[in-house]
Ligand binder design. Structure first.
Ligand SMILES: Cc1cc2nc3c(=O)[nH]c(=O)nc-3n(C[C@H](O)[C@H](O)[C@H](O)COP(=O)(O)OP(=O)(O)OC[C@H]3O[C@@H](n4cnc5c(N)ncnc54)[C@H](O)[C@@H]3O)c2cc1C
Length: 368
């Protein structure tokens, strides 16, 4: 019942949008588009109604996310707030924090970014050095984050910071805080990526004064909290569908051209069957989250296998197109292939690298 109206709306709203633009999907930032989704009640679907949410299940959100990704909707403005910041605030925040942030997230008036990585602390998150020192007025923040997606367009960051000890204390002494990115002492510098897009950022904190209620959850409980947040970040359908617009464009080309080769059909079948299995896996992890579990290892597995497929799609499509060098290819297909080929190496980096996830899976299996 949810899928049909979402699909109808997207067909209309995205009509005429170039496929290489749609391929950017959940990293593409369009505040007005997000506001329209908010007006339709399609942000914060799983949040309680008293906070402006939809009171629906995680499976309803899965359907919605799947439709947005399938269509390549420019959903990046609210994506992180909707996927992880809002459920995180609901789970670990105070009622006052929930009342302050959640209704605005649902209306697409508060966009969030993720402040985990730092120079020298990407995979090794326990070594973060950005520090929030407790003062008589609240917290004083100093340090730097990096690779923060859309920091320059977001209102808030949920950051993992050190509130006691030092880098050698590892997981101990880490906490999570919500940072209002408009505060004095914050400097945000976008970084251009290989495609020419600039959604990644460096964020510098210099003597930033935060109020007492910037802390989310308990002090020194940041490691447990961030691990739970990462299960939301890693398990969703965006770890399967990052290349789906390219797959669609290729199928469209094969259909228009007619008479596809056996090899193309078999490659398309391989992509589709793998995608179907991964969708079941992602749904199963969603089921664990819906039951209130924290499926950290399962989410790592879903992400690792999902991003492997996402990276395989541009390779398969490029190889298949290369079989017929004299074919005249539609410009939109070539542009989409170019964009996805350039960006796909990042799929197995963002949200935790492949090697690190495999280490977690091995530990989960009792192999290390
Ligand atoms: C597109 C994109 C968006 C991102 N958005 C955000 C964001 O919004 N917020 C945020 O906080 N971060 C973000 N990141 C950062 C991302 O989470 C980190 O890049 C990632 O965690 C890796 O950290 P690093 O770059 O420091 O690499 P490093 O940790 O230095 O890793 C370098 C290499 O060493 C390997 N390696 C490291 N440790 C181990 C180990 N123990 N065992 C085996 N191999 C290992 C890694 O797999 C990798 O291949 C983003 C990254 C990308 C590419």
């Amino acid at each position: 019942m949810l899928r049909a109206p979402v699909r109808a709306f997207l067909d209309e709203a995205l009509r005429g949008m170039a496929p290489e633009q749609r391929a950017r999907s959940w990293v593409s930032f369009d505040a007005e588009f997000s506001k329209e989704l908010g007006r339709r009640g399609w942000i914060g679907l799983t949040l309680p109604k008293k906070y402006g949410g939809g009171g629906r299940s995680l499976f309803a959100r899965f359907v919605l996310a799947e439709e947005l990704l399938r269509a390549g909707a420019p959903a990046g403005a609210h994506w992180i707030a909707d996927r992880q910041s809002a459920p995180h605030i609901l789970k670990f925040g105070t009622p006052a924090q929930a009342e302050f942030y959640l209704p605005r997230i649902c209306r697409a008036e508060a966009f969030f970014c993720i402040g985990m990585s730092e120079p020298g602390s990407g995979s090794d998150l326990a070594s973060v050095r950005t520090r929030a020192a407790h003062t008589s007025r609240g917290w004083q923040l100093d340090g730097q984050k990096i690779w923060t997606t859309n920091a320059h367009r977001s209102h808030y960051m949920i950051a993992l910071v050190r509130t006691s000890g030092d880098a050698r204390s590892r997981q101990k002494g880490l906490s999570q805080i919500i940072i209002d990115l408009s505060l004095p002492g914050i400097r945000i510098r976008p970084i251009a990526d290989m495609t020419g897009d600039s959604h990644l950022c460096e964020v510098f904190f210099d003597n930033v004064q935060l109020s007492e209620d910037a802390l989310i959850g308990a002090e020194s409980d940041g490691w447990r909290q961030v691990t739970s947040e990462l299960a939301h970040e890693r398990s969703g359908p965006e770890r399967i569908y990052s290349s789906v617009v390219l797959f669609d464009e290729w199928l469209k080309y094969l259909r228009t051209k007619g008479n596809p080769s056996e090899r193309s059909l078999s490659l398309a079948g391989r992509i589709l069957s793998t995608m179907t299995v991964l969708r079941s896996l992602s749904l199963a992890v969603n089921g664990c989250l819906a039951e209130g579990q924290s499926p950290v290892v399962e989410a790592a597995l879903a992400k690792d296998m999902g991003t492997t497929l996402e990276q395989l799609i541009p390779e398969i499509v490029a190889d298949a197109l290369g079989d017929d060098p004299s074919a005249v290819l539609p410009e939109s297909l070539v542009n989409t292939l170019r964009y996805i080929s350039q960006v796909s190496p990042s799929f197995s980096l963002r949200g935790g690298t492949r090697e690190v996830l495999r280490g977690m899976i091995a530990r989960g299996l009792g192999l290390r």
